[in-house]
Design a protein around this ligand. Structure first.
Ligand code: DAH
Length: 360
């Protein structure tokens, strides 16, 4: 026979010992050892104390049983706490195997951090082209240029005519553009092809026209976006790419200002040591026209075209070339991006390979 007092003292002692042991566990293996030692179904110390309930004199049994159940519950909780504590440390919570619940048992409290690995959110990042465009935009904003926008599906007026590119011009060749054949059905069910042909814009210069058509001078804007040309993809060409267009029209704008703006842009973007050079060129919408190069390693690389806005363009949008002059430029975003990040093949940018994109 064991007296009640003795039995209760032993339970207190066991409780203290078990709680301390669970506390000390650092790994899932240690917790498992402690579980077997105390809560093991056959030879665990708790089980042994349960068997010894028999030795308590009858009238005192209920009190002993009550305390025993309390102990068992406390230790069960401590065990579960220890299990989750070491699991959180060792592996992602999600991979922790869940003990099967017995009937009537409540599910464990909701843990918002316990996401299965396959559904865990990964922090994304901006595409290198987007990063470059955002920085270009920031730099130009500091020079006082506002951001303008235009559609990627354009009509020949904005892509060509208003830009002084007549129908006979080779730039309008169907083989050099993505024309869209838009067939509308007429009332008779016959296709109607009389409307303007549309095309994917081949340059962001379209936005110059759109801005000037809706705004009186002065105009100081940039437009960043996609352009499309049926080029065969290689390390430096892709049928879709991005440009940054710039336009400044006001009384007395000069080519010296154009060069200053491009030089400031280049040095704010790449650092003060970068040089800018102009080479004579031709574009229908500028006169004079230049190619813009920037220093790159030991040589020069071409960044785009520029020039003084041709008077025909100003007239096309209803500006008076006697009152205002302007400069315009169009820079290739991919070139700047590739230079900035040291990327040597444009196709990498559009393969959607996460191993590549993750590096930026
Ligand atoms: N639109 C030209 C191209 O895509 C680039 C360009 C040249 C833009 C001269 C301009 C400019 O605004 O003035 O090749």
């Amino acid at each position: 026979m064991t007296s009640l007092a003795e039995y209760l003292a032993q339970l207190d002692q066991l409780e203290k010992q078990a709680l301390e042991q669970f506390q000390r566990c650092q790994t899932p293996e240690e917790v498992e050892q402690a579980r077997v030692q105390f809560m093991g179904a056959k030879r665990g110390l708790v089980r042994q104390m349960q068997q010894r309930l028999k030795e308590i004199p009858g009238p005192e049994k209920p009190q002993a049983g009550k305390r025993f159940n309390q102990l068992k519950q406390t230790l069960q909780q401590a065990l579960e706490q220890a299990q989750s504590r070491v699991a959180a440390k060792a592996t992602p919570k999600a991979t922790r195997p869940q003990r099967a619940r017995t009937a009537g048992e409540l599910p464990p409290p909701f843990d918002p951090t316990a996401v299965p690995p396959e559904a865990q959110l990964r922090l994304g990042r901006l595409h290198p082209i987007t990063q470059t465009m955002q920085r270009m935009q920031e730099v130009m904003a500091r020079l006082g240029f506002q951001v303008a926008d235009g559609p990627e599906v354009e009509d020949p007026w904005h892509n060509f005519e208003a830009l002084n590119i007549p129908p006979s011009h080779p730039a309008r060749d169907p083989l050099d553009n993505f024309y869209l054949s838009v067939a509308r059905l007429t009332g008779t069910g016959e296709p109607d092809t009389s409307g303007p042909e549309l095309l994917l814009r081949s340059q962001t210069s379209t936005v110059q026209i759109r801005v000037m058509e809706r705004q009186r001078p002065p105009v100081r804007v940039i437009a960043l976006g996609r352009v499309y040309r049926p080029d065969t993809a290689d390390a430096t060409h892709f049928p879709m790419f991005h440009q940054m267009e710039g336009l400044y029209v006001a009384p007395g704008v000069t080519m010296a200002q154009l060069k200053t703006v491009l030089k400031l842009f280049a040095s704010m973007f790449f650092g003060p040591q970068v040089q800018v050079r102009f080479r004579p060129s031709f574009f229908p919408f500028t006169e004079p026209s230049v190619e813009v190069d920037m220093t790159w390693k030991d040589g020069w690389i071409e960044m785009g075209g520029a020039g003084m806005v041709d008077p025909h363009v100003l007239q096309a949008v209803g500006y008076d070339p006697e009152q205002v002059t302007g400069f315009a430029f169009g820079l290739g975003v991919e070139r700047i991006c590739m230079r900035q990040f040291g990327i040597d093949d444009i196709r990498l940018l559009y393969r959607n390979d996460i191993r590549f994109l993750e590096q930026f």
